[in-house]
Design a protein around this ligand. Structure first.
Ligand code: PLP
Length: 369
């Protein structure tokens, strides 16, 4: 029997099951004089002044195509991180690399694993590739290596792990990541998404460089969107074995990293001072916010990133949704995380001193109301 020809173009199976990603809000109620956007883990110090200068320079030569292999940017990243530039691929945000990896290594019928409270973008890219998303339960709001390994089947082709994870802020020590990798068959790709690596102040953490350098089935993805304050320019990169670099370079757009992004990225890599100031700011206010929220009786998942997951009390009176509305009406934009399996929590980015103090003051009033 031949199937009826559809009357209009139809996407591949699976595409219409995708729930489109909902980014953090950026607008607040009208009548609020100042808005503090604390919903997308952006850098409260902004981009480095040196980066802004570099982008201004590019404005004078916008007619020229960028270098399609982003060679100088890869060299700047390699120098800062002690890597071989030939094992780096740059991208239009790290999201692009995550999507390309899914397109390259997943076929319909394949499975790809991510964790219960893991970054939602993985599921979207798995579905977009026509493969089956497999969500694995976490333990104590942290990825569980044994549960991930138990979920691996002959159909599994990729394991996505955000380390640290968004929105929980929890991380797996390197020994655990190593154990995960050791337990995977050689044909399963381990994608270590280290978007928040720079913020982690723990001796037992490693972003993934060692694993990538010592194996054929692990990659590490990184971003300029968080610590470098460049979310608006879209710059990410991957450190990977040569055979994976080759695959992604065949698939990606020929000029996937634009000229402004290339120059901004180079300047950002060379401005260690801005990174250090950002880390210092984050350490101080991450601790302060965690303590203050706890004093208010709100549970905070221990975070090593630049954001915290705040859990609200059971019952309608002081729910996360009500807190979100209350804060938004006062100009503080946080992130609802129901889609991540936390219907009664909000994620808050560590902001400026003014924003952090303002949120705590507002929540103090809210909880009394
Ligand atoms: C923010 C974030 C990214 C970065 O995305 P970009 O596309 O580089 O802006 C990647 N992974 C996680 C877990 C994130 O939170």
């Amino acid at each position: 029997m031949t199937e009826a020809t559809p009357s209009r173009p139809t996407p591949r199976a699976g595409i219409m099951e995708i729930e489109a990603y909902v980014p953090g809000k950026s607008a607040a109620a009208s009548g609020v004089s100042k808005i503090h956007k604390l919903s997308s883990n952006e850098n409260p110090l902004g981009a480095s002044p040196k980066v802004i200068e570099a982008v201004r320079d590019v404005a004078g030569r916008l007619e020229f195509y960028p270098d399609g292999s982003a060679t100088r940017l890869r060299e700047a990243i390699a120098e800062a991180h002690g890597l071989n530039p030939a094992n780096i691929v740059c991208s239009n945000g790290s999201d692009e690399i995550l999507g390309l990896l899914a397109q390259a290594y997943l076929s319909p019928g394949d499975e790809a694993i991510f964790t219960e409270h893991g970054f939602l973008v993985y599921k979207i890219y798995i579905q977009a590739a026509g493969a089956t998303p497999v969500s694995v339960r976490e333990k104590g709001e942290r990825a569980d290596v044994d549960a991930i390994l138990a979920a691996v089947t002959p159909k599994t082709k990729i394991v996505f792990l955000a380390n640290p994870n968004n929105p929980t802020g929890t991380y797996l020590p390197f020994e655990e990541v190593r154990r995960l990798h050791a337990g995977l068959p050689g044909n399963v790709l381990l994608v270590l998404d280290a978007a928040y690596a720079e913020y982690v102040r723990r001796n037992d953490y490693e972003a993934g460089v060692e694993l990538v350098a010592g194996s054929q089935n692990a990659v590490m993805t990184r971003t300029f969107s968080k610590i470098h304050g460049l979310g608006g320019l879209r710059i990410g990169w991957m450190y990977a074995p040569s055979h994976i670099v080759d695959v992604i370079n065949r698939m990606r757009g020929p000029f996937n990293v634009n000229a402004g992004a290339i120059e901004a990225g180079i300047a950002a890599m060379r401005d260690r001072g801005h990174v250090d100031r950002t880390i210092e700011h984050n350490e101080r206010w991450l601790r302060w916010l965690t303590e203050e929220m706890t004093k208010l009786g709100l549970r905070v998942t221990p975070s090593v990133g630049n954001f915290i997951l705040v859990h609200f009390p059971d019952g309608e009176a002081h729910s996360a949704a009500k807190a979100d509305d209350y804060l938004a009406a006062r100009g503080y934009i946080l992130r609802r995380v129901s889609g991540y399996g936390f219907p009664n929590a909000l994620r808050m980015t560590v902001g400026t001193e003014e924003a952090n103090r303002g949120v705590i003051a507002a929540l103090t009033e809210f909880l009394k109301s």
